[in-house]
Ligand binder design. Structure first.
Ligand SMILES: Cc1cc2nc3c(=O)[nH]c(=O)nc-3n(C[C@H](O)[C@H](O)[C@H](O)COP(=O)(O)O)c2cc1C
Length: 402
């Protein structure tokens, strides 16, 4: 397996994506790869990194680069962590456990989605690194409270409350691939779509060996774990609102991060509600299409919180240079989603480890070429970016200039 995901077969994340496409049935690959509507934001999240250009400080010899950083009270060996990716168990047997283990082995954090296929205690036991937990309110407040208590008991330190999923985005690929029909468990309804599984015997053997269609063991309803059903409807009945942060704060003992905001006003509101961090995120272009790419929104959010909480970013990160650019624009660290999900789909834990290695090596190389010895020293002096990204000055700043 390691050979398959090593150089020269795999030299970048796009290569892992190609391998994932070959191993996974279309319905699973497109679930990872796809975005909402016309996928404008999905594409822009990636493309926008091209608008930020480096300004290297040359003739600087740096024998060792310090990639370590402290995020939400945890010391990470890398300036990126793994984002919550729901249903990872569909990509590889015990997907969340193996992804978390790979993150921990690399010295970084893994964020477990509420909508995952492995139990939070198993994921916590399987990683040496920090475990973070992502919250959806599916099932209601009581169900969520019990989930939070299990997550804390399993050793999860930080909580990510996702606020950009009032309804599920329209992911057109999922309709075309028969996601809904395949979940009916009615053989006649499923029949037109099952050919894609037979075309991927390796994945199919793993899927059956892992118990077949997963349920959601971290969402325990009255009659047991929530079954793999219409997640969209469940999300729609459980929109997270600002007021929810108050009761969540009473239960969760560690740092709370608001994930999925794109404008300065929301970031300030998160700070006012006591958030310890925010993630500038549009859910990887899977929710509201045609919204800003995240990197474009970052300077506004960084200015809005004005150092009062940690700012993370996710969306579109496919290279280590993307990580470096986000840090130069003020992010404390970033989360990567598809970059590791492709690795998981391509080759399980080995694939995730390879994705992490690729990003790590990219970052080290970029920092040496930039002449910057440590993550903590990356700042705006290493990049140039379009002037219109700069947040408008506040009224008092404008007056000070007169
Ligand atoms: C397949 C998939 C499933 C996801 N599931 C969740 C989830 O359960 N909870 C959540 O907050 N975000 C979820 N996200 C969004 C990611 O946490 C993250 O915001 C996004 O993937 C970042 O963009 P990137 O994939 O371009 O790195 C998911 C993303 C993908 C690709």
């Amino acid at each position: 397996m390691a050979d398959r995901v090593n150089s020269p077969n795999v030299v970048n994340i796009a290569d892992l994506r190609r391998l994932a496409q070959r191993r996974l049935p279309r319905v699973a690959f497109d679930y990872i790869d796809g975005g909402a509507d016309g996928e404008v934001t999905l594409r822009e999240n990636c493309r926008v990194f091209d608008d930020v250009l480096f300004r290297p400080k040359n003739a600087v010899a740096i024998p060792k680069i310090d990639l370590g950083t402290r995020v939400l009270g945890a010391d990470l060996a890398l300036p990126f962590a793994l984002a919550p990716v729901g249903s990872s168990r569909m990509f590889y047997p015990r997907g969340e456990v193996v992804a978390a283990a790979a993150a921990g082995a690399a010295g970084t954090a893994y964020t477990l989605s509420t909508l995952s296929g492995c139990r939070v205690d198993e994921v916590g036991a399987g990683t040496k690194g920090p475990l973070w937990y992502q919250l959806y309110l599916v099932g209601g407040r009581e169900v969520a409270t019990a989930g939070l208590e299990r997550a804390m008991k399993a050793g999860a330190t930080a909580l990510f409350v996702t606020i950009d999923t009032a309804v599920a985005g329209l992911r057109e690929r999922d309709f075309r691939n028969g996601t809904k029909e395949l979940l009916t468990r009615n053989p006649w309804t499923m029949l037109p779509y099952v050919g894609q599984f037979l075309a991927r015997p390796g994945w199919l053997a793993g899927f059956i060996g892992d118990g077949g269609l997963m349920d959601f063991p971290n969402v325990v309803l009255k009659d047991g774990p929530m079954s793999y059903a219409d997640v969209g409807a469940a999300l729609e009945q459980s929109t997270v609102c600002w007021a929810d942060l108050r009761w969540i704060r009473e239960i969760w003992k560690g740092p709370i991060v608001v994930k999925g905001l794109m404008i300065g006003d929301d970031a300030r509101r998160a700070v006012d509600e006591g958030a310890d961090g925010v993630v500038v995120s549009n859910h990887g272009g899977r929710q509201l299409d045609c919204c800003y790419p995240t990197l474009r929104a970052l300077p506004e959010v960084v200015a809005a919180v004005n150092g009062q909480c940690e700012v993370l970013l996710d969306g579109g990160i496919r290279r280590g240079t993307d990580v470096v650019k986000a840090l130069c624009l003020g992010a404390r660290a970033v989360l990567v989603g598809r970059a590791y999900a492709y690795g998981l789909g391509a080759g399980g834990g080995t694939g995730v480890a390879r994705a992490i290695d690729i990003l790590r090596a990219d970052i080290v190389r970029a920092m040496k070429l930039l002449g910057c010895p440590a993550i903590s020293e990356l700042d705006g002096s290493y990049v140039t970016y379009p002037a219109e990204w700069r947040p408008a000055p506040t009224a008092s700043e404008s007056l000070a200039r007169v």
